[in-house]
Write a protein that binds this ligand. Structure first.
Ligand code: FAD
Ligand code: AMP
Length: 481
């Protein structure tokens, strides 16, 4: 008997919905099971990314950046504004509208591509069957030739700071504050902590970031990380490294406050905040996803075990995105979804895990792809670097947005670009030009020989590439040709 579907995808985040659309485009009969519903019991597509992650956080980062520009920077451009007022509920409402527009768009794409959307909680059973439990508790079992698990991740909670109403919140709660907390604590100086800390700091909160580890952004190229710490501190974030949170207490009353205990090199300390955001990482979400005898296994950290092609070891069962090893990033999830769909359709697709860009959307943005200097040193690879500060970019100065730098790292012998790290305006977009080149094995000389528009921020990429070999024009070269 033939299966109900060629492909059933469990989860409609960027890993799952992209896999489903791609599979359908390739002519496979495809269904996508999603458990997230709204107040009207209508399915909510898009997962963490669209609903509580990438998109709403960027909406608030953009709104708060506009506010900060108006309050702090317009004057320098000769623009006088009267009293600037903040309407936080309107800001949160705008963010919700952006989310709704995008999640609704996925429903449209499902229809256009012929993906069947099924509401309910999916569970993988033995023999590539999927049990779907609907919101009313009723169950149906569907069979599929292939199943793609794309159930994503959830925030990690830590015992010292259990979530409490809207006083101790996770990243999702921090996207919903209806007023600006006077004093805000953030636990964790990772990507999410810095982005959400920046949002509320720009809107006027006094923000203290408590980070257990001594190093700042330890996986980022350390020259860039040092610059980031300097700039974010200047913007008002009080970043305390080596500060491990050990306990918390929420006071009673109408306006409760939270006292947070932490230890650092000097001993035990306390801080009192109006709100506390816990941003200590995310973990794969596998609750009730796998029947005991389905054959799929997890590693010691709870990630579903897969190979380089996201195959689980059970024939026809794949897992993608935050459920599996690798960076928890939406574009990594969606590229895995595409790769899996293509391989199911009989293509020979693979993915370059060495070239996944990563961005922190503070202002300035912090963007990286490829190897850091620290990684190359540890691997014993000889390299050369070229750095160009935005302070020497005509366009950045014209915009009054000249903090940061572009850094390009190339192999010392071959000149092939092996890493690019940018802190600066539009770093995410600038980085992508270099990532594209790296995908085609560009050398620093190749980028140097390319004609760049003037005046544009991307000239900083051009000059950093020229600087790798001592040929920069608009800064003094460290090395002479
Ligand atoms: P998810 O997006 O988590 O989607 C999983 C889906 O599966 C969910 O809809 C869930 O309801 C559903 N599901 C789970 N279990 C079941 C089940 N049993 N049955 C049916 N459905 C199920 N990444 C970036 O690349 N850039 C960013 O700027 C960025 N910003 C972020 C900001 C924040 C605040 C957060 C929290 C995350 C951010 N991320 C960002 C990370 C990004 O959101 C995730 O990496 C991405 O969403 C992972 O995609 P996914 O498809 O694996 O899982
Ligand atoms: P990320 O994994 O990038 O989201 O970052 C989470 C950060 O939270 C990491 O840098 C952790 O070191 C930090 N962290 C985890 N637990 C604690 C804790 N108890 N106190 C302070 N920081 C913590």
């Amino acid at each position: 008997m033939s299966a109900d579907y060629d492909v059933i995808v469990i989860g409609a985040g960027p890993g799952g919905y992209v896999a489903a659309i791609k599979a359908a485009q390739l002519g496979l009969k495809t269904a996508c099971v999603e458990k997230w519903v709204d107040e009207q019991s209508k399915v909510v597509l898009g997962g963490t990314c669209l609903n509580t992650g990438c998109i709403p956080s960027k909406a608030l980062l953009d709104s708060s950046h506009k506010y900060m520009e108006t309050v702090k920077h317009f004057d320098a451009h000769g623009i006088k504004v009267g009293k600037v007022e903040l309407d936080v509920p309107a800001m949160i409402e705008r963010k919700a509208k952006v989310v709704k527009q995008l999640t609704g768009g996925i429903g449209g794409l499902f229809k256009a591509n012929g993906v069947t959307s099924i509401i309910g909680k999916g569970k993988l059973l033995k023999g590539n069957k999927v049990e779907v439990t609907a919101t009313d508790g009723s169950k149906q079992t569907l069979s599929a030739t292939n199943v793609i698990l794309a159930a994503g991740s959830v925030p990690v909670e830590i015992p010292p700071t259990p979530l409490q109403d809207d006083v101790i919140v996770d990243s999702t709660g921090a996207l919903e504050f209806q007023s600006v907390p006077k004093r805000l604590g953030v636990i964790g100086a990772g990507v999410i902590g810095l982005e959400l800390g920046s949002v509320w700091s720009r809107l006027g909160s006094e923000v203290v970031v408590l980070e257990a580890v001594d190093a700042f952004l330890p996986t980022v190229d350390q020259q860039i990380a040092r610059e980031a710490k300097k700039i974010l501190t200047k913007q008002g974030l009080d970043i305390r490294l080596g500060a491990k949170v050990t306990g918390s207490k929420v006071s009673k009353g109408k306006a409760p406050k939270v006292t947070v205990q932490y230890t650092d090199s000097e001993g035990n300390k306390e801080e009192v905040f109006d709100k506390l955001i816990v941003c200590v990482g995310r973990k794969p979400y596998t609750a009730a996803l796998l029947a005991d005898d389905c054959g799929v296994s997890k590693d010691e950290r709870g990630f579903i075990k897969v190979d380089d092609h996201c195959a689980t070891g059970v024939p026809g069962v794949y897992a993608v995105g935050d459920l599996v090893r690798g960076p928890m990033l939406a574009h990594k999830a969606s590229e895995e979804g595409v790769m899996v769909a293509e391989n199911i359709a009989g293509h020979k697709a693979s993915m370059n895990y060495g070239l996944i860009p990563a961005v922190i959307y503070t202002h300035p943005e912090i963007a990286s792809v490829g190897k850091t200097e620290e990684q190359l040193k540890a691997e014993g690879v000889e390299y050369k670097t070229g750095v160009f500060p935005f302070a020497a970019s005509g366009r950045a100065l014209a915009a009054d947005d000249a903090d940061g730098m572009v850094k390009i790292i190339a192999d010392a012998k071959t000149d092939r670009v092996v890493g690019c790290h940018i802190i600066g305006p539009s770093a995410a977009d600038l980085l992508q030009t270099v990532a594209l080149g790296m995908e085609f094995s560009t050398s620093a000389e190749d980028i140097g020989m390319t004609v760049f528009s003037h005046p544009a921020l991307c000239e900083a990429v051009h000059e950093a590439a020229l600087a790798v070999n001592g040929h920069a024009i608009h800064i003094a070269n460290r090395k002479k040709r």
